[in-house]
Design a protein around this ligand. Structure first.
Ligand code: ADP
Ligand code: MG
Ligand code: MG
Length: 250
């Protein structure tokens, strides 16, 4: 699904990713943890093609294609989905219209006709049920005045609608309450399929308790310094990151 090899990236003249290698197979869920400022959000930004960051080395293959050569919108059309750490509000555009545009753009990329209104509404209903999203939210402008939990539910709904091959969820460093965590975890668990994969970036071990990732990586100073099973999240909860920092610097 995704193969990252020796990825380097910088912003301005500051090197932030310093040789990331990572392989994610179909159906796998990976967690990326690490101290603040390690480069976790930078990694997700580079994968989706945020032009702020310059890739200075390495390769990324997504479904057998060179991801770094693709425009950001084509990366999305190929099935890459990024949830935003700080979701944007889009005044004047309802969730319904936003989703219709997104779905039909993706279909056009695949050479398919736009969904007719009846089929689109059927799809909306189906997916809304899965993520328990209220119709009130789909009629409102995207994220405008949404609470933290509503934004999260909305994000998981977008993910359900777009059926990404690889979803990257970058969780905030602060302010994700237990309800919002449950929404994210239940959404990820319900949407899991043998063909789709997920990267969850978080420092909440509670979230990882609910999601049970297959693999846990620790990112530190722009490198993956440790990779293990879900027990690593528990160990970090108990011992913090200092022992991993020490190991990686010895
Ligand atoms: P994390 O998500 O692990 O907390 P980030 O990827 O946000 O880490 O940041 C990694 C490093 O890159 C930090 O030192 C941060 O200050 C720097 N950085 C990130 N974005 C920018 C930016 N837009 N301009 C300058 N420095 C940045
Ligand atoms: Mg941060
Ligand atoms: Mg971050």
């Amino acid at each position: 699904m995704l193969e990252v090899k020796d990825l380097h990236a910088k912003i301005g003249d500051k090197e932030i990713l310093r040789g990331i290698s990572l392989t994610i197979n179909d159906g796998e869920t990976h967690a990326i943890m690490g101290p603040n400022g390690s480069g976790k959000s930078t990694l997700s930004a580079v994968l989706v093609g945020n032009p702020l960051y310059e890739v200075t080395g390495g390769t990324v293959t997504f479904n057998g294609k060179n991801l770094l050569d693709m425009k950001p919108e084509d990366r999305a059309h190929e099935g890459l989905f990024l949830s935003f750490q700080y979701p944007v509000e889009i005044p004047g555009v309802s969730m319904t219209n936003f989703m219709r545009a997104a779905i039909n753009e993706k279909r056009a990329y695949e050479g398919l006709e736009p969904l007719n209104a009846a089929d689109f509404l059927k799809l909306m209903r189906e997916k809304r049920k899965i993520v328990e999203l209220d119709t009130k939210l789909t009629n409102r402008s995207v994220n405008e005045g949404f609470s933290g939990g509503e934004k999260k539910r909305n994000e998981i709904f977008q993910m359900a609608m777009l059926e990404p091959k690889l979803a990257i969820l970058d969780e905030t460093d602060s302010g994700l309450d237990v309800d919002a965590m449950r929404i994210v975890a239940e959404g990820v668990n319900k949407l899991r399929t043998p063909q789709s994969s997920c990267i969850v970036i978080t420092h909440y071990d509670r979230l990882l308790d609910m999601i049970r990732p297959d693999v846990v990586h620790v990112l530190y100073k722009g490198r993956i310094v440790k990779t293990a099973g879900p027990e690593l999240a528990k160990e970090i909860q108990q011992r913090g990151f200092d022992w991993i920092k020490a190991e990686s610097e010895s």
